[in-house]
Design a protein. Sequence first.
Length: 317
Amino acid sequence: MDHNKDRLSINVAKLYYRSEYSQQQIAEELGISRPSVSRLLQYAKDKEYVRIQIFDPVEDMSHMEHQLLEKYHLKDVCVAASTLNDEQEIKKYIGLRAAEYLDSIVRDGDIIGVGWGTTMHCLANSLIPRVLRGAQIVQLEGGVTHAKGETYANEILERFAKNYSTIAQYLPLPVIFGSRDVKEMVDKDPHIRRVLELGSHANIAIFSVGTVRHNALFFRLGYTDSEEKERIQRSAVGDICSRFFNENGNISDKELDDRTVGVKLQDLCKKEHSILCSGGEAKIRSIKAALAGHYANVLITDQFTAKHLLEEKEPKH
């Protein structure tokens, strides 16, 4: 008897959930009453022949955000829902999500430090217009290049300044100098020193993370020769504002770091909002190392990258 009831409840469930028959149609098809169909559907649920799962992408992102926040000891996490696991598509959605987040935190009088690169360019194109009184936008690293590669540095800064109806402070310099002595001499220039100090005191810093891939933007810009490039690739896993770090988040090449123009990584650790916007399979090691160094207290990424970061072992401290 029970076996027959089990079989009948399964058939009813298949017709209802798979074939999308109405309960009345099932009753007519099987020659039973409509109330019997309803009871058999409930029976199938009770016996777990039917398991209903609801996928809510917003709820799922919220769960991942909470897990990342706890695992990496962050102040805030936003996970963008990219339609494809594709590097360019991911950048676009991270840019949109970062623009929303920035709009939720910016206030009059903020000093907003901004990095450069393709992810930051996507963000700049997605900013939500807002008038900020007494605010300033400052470049976090030099943006003059030695090659045809595009940092979008000036365009990004201009869009930020226009979006918030405020002024921009530029660093009209290459991000790396050939020697420490030349870099230190440039640092003494009153204008350069003022912009660097403004960047170090910014209460909001927003930036991406780079890789040490052969086609990484930093290498395409012509800042290093082949020998220095190989040295960087041996010791580093990524960079923030062209300051390279190893897997543990520590500066990987002090000599190179001493020649770099821009915000220091230890200054990012002190920000009220230090926002890392990055995603894509190629950047997972870089993001993980940046979080291990505590250079960001806010992470904005995508769901594919978030999944990998949650599967990774705990970062070293």
